[in-house]
Design a protein around this ligand. Structure first.
Ligand code: PLP
Length: 375
């Protein structure tokens, strides 16, 4: 039996009550709690300035939503494609990517991912277009690795197929181009955690206006008049209060996470070639920290559990193995053999603890166990 957990895999890093209190006081005196209130509007404005400063989001517009999942769903709706249109998604992702597609009556078409970066790339998508009629491509910032915005913009330009980026875990690190559409998550487990929430960022102002209207029952114009079939997926003032406080803590959060990554890089060095990190790690700070140990994920998981260390098999099983995800297709078919990279990653990826509260002793202990087990 596994030991009691001593080292958690993921610990949220959200503002202390005192940091949020001034905003909550403001909300209380405004007596305004939802429906695009003053704090939501200020958060949208401040996060846009933040994205302009940190991520090059020039000439962009921002909308807030109840989650990244609802942002993805509603932006897919706002693109106005016929029901049954096919959306290319990676088979290795958090299930919400496919759920958003299915919830709006479209068909997720699963593609395998690239072996080193573990993501859907423009090259993979171009090959898929030659196999199937794809109406939208939805790449994922896998495990928080920012997607290649320039590459996707070139793909969109060349093929004419719109790209909607599920960049759920990459807020703050994802460079942003106005011609693309980005959805981010503000879930508590994300590096930019707020609790619950989602963000849509794009250069298309009309698309943001329409998607926001869909998040408010499809109302537009005079109060209570439905222009198209929407839902209730609004962000609220409480979460905006946390979000405003979180913007001020971002550097501090990232400094902690950077230090942890550096400690791991030094510690995992001992494992040599038997353990590798996602391509480009260090150019970005991952949201979660899967390491690749060929065929050894399960053994490693057990060894770490015996030492009271919690790990996670993030994004696993691949989408084609979820019994409840019906109505999907593969680029070729849904047989595991059509996804050789996912099949390998399934046995080889293990998410090590990664959060800002790990000590140097924690990362050294984890790295030692990984090095010993994979030697
Ligand atoms: C890749 C990806 N897409 C979508 C989501 C869903 O985000 P939310 O919880 O804000 O709906 C997540 C959340 O973990 C995610 O990792």
């Amino acid at each position: 039996m596994s030991k009691e957990i001593r080292i958690q895999c993921l610990v949220p890093d959200l503002p202390a009550p005192a940091d949020t209190l001034p905003y909550l006081e403001e909300m209380y005196s405004n007596r305004w709690y939802s429906n695009f209130g003053p704090l939501v509007r200020r958060f949208e404005s401040d996060i846009l300035s933040f994205l302009q400063e940190h991520n090059g989001a020039q000439d962009c517009f921002v909308g807030t939503f109840s989650s990244a999942t609802t942002a993805l769903e509603l932006v897919l709706k706002a693109i106005h494609l016929p029901k049954g249109s096919r959306v290319l998604v990676p088979a290795l992702t958090f299930p919400a990517t496919a759920l958003a597609v299915l919830n709006v009556g479209m068909i997720p078409v699963l593609a395998d991912v690239a072996p080193e970066s573990w993501e859907l790339t423009p090259e993979i998508a171009e090959n898929a277009l030659s196999e199937k009629a794809i109406s939208v491509v939805m790449p994922v910032a896998a495990f928080g690795k920012p997607v290649d915005s320039a590459g996707w913009a070139a793909f969109q330009q060349k093929t004419g197929v719109p790209v909607v980026l599920d960049a759920a875990a990459a807020l703050g690190q994802q460079d942003i181009l106005g011609e693309l559409i980005y959805c981010f998550s503000l879930h508590a487990t994300k590096p930019f955690g707020v609790g619950e929430g989602g963000l849509l960022v794009t250069g298309n102002e009309d698309l943001v206006i329409e998607t926001k209207s869909l998040s408010n029952f499809g109302f537009q114009g005079p109060a209570g008049v439905v222009r198209e079939i929407g839902t209730n997926a609004k962000f609220g003032e409480y979460y905006a209060a946390v979000g405003l406080a979180q913007i001020g803590r971002w550097q501090e959060v990232m400094d902690r996470r950077t230090a942890v990554l550096d400690q791991y890089k030094a510690g995992l060095h001992r494992a040599g070639n038997s353990v590798s990190l996602q391509q480009g790690t260090g150019n970005f700070i991952p949201a979660v920290f899967p390491v690749y140990a060929k065929g050894r994920a399960k053994a490693l998981e057990e060894k770490l559990a015996d030492a009271g260390i919690h790990t996670r098999r993030w994004y696993l099983p691949p989408l084609y193995e979820h019994p409840g995800l019906k109505g999907m297709e593969g680029v070729v078919n849904l047989e595991p053999a059509s996804f050789p990279v996912c099949e390998d990653l399934k046995e080889s990826l293990l998410g090590l603890p990664f959060h800002g509260f790990l000590t140097a002793e924690d990362t050294a202990e984890i790295s030692n166990i990984v090095a010993e087990e994979t030697a």
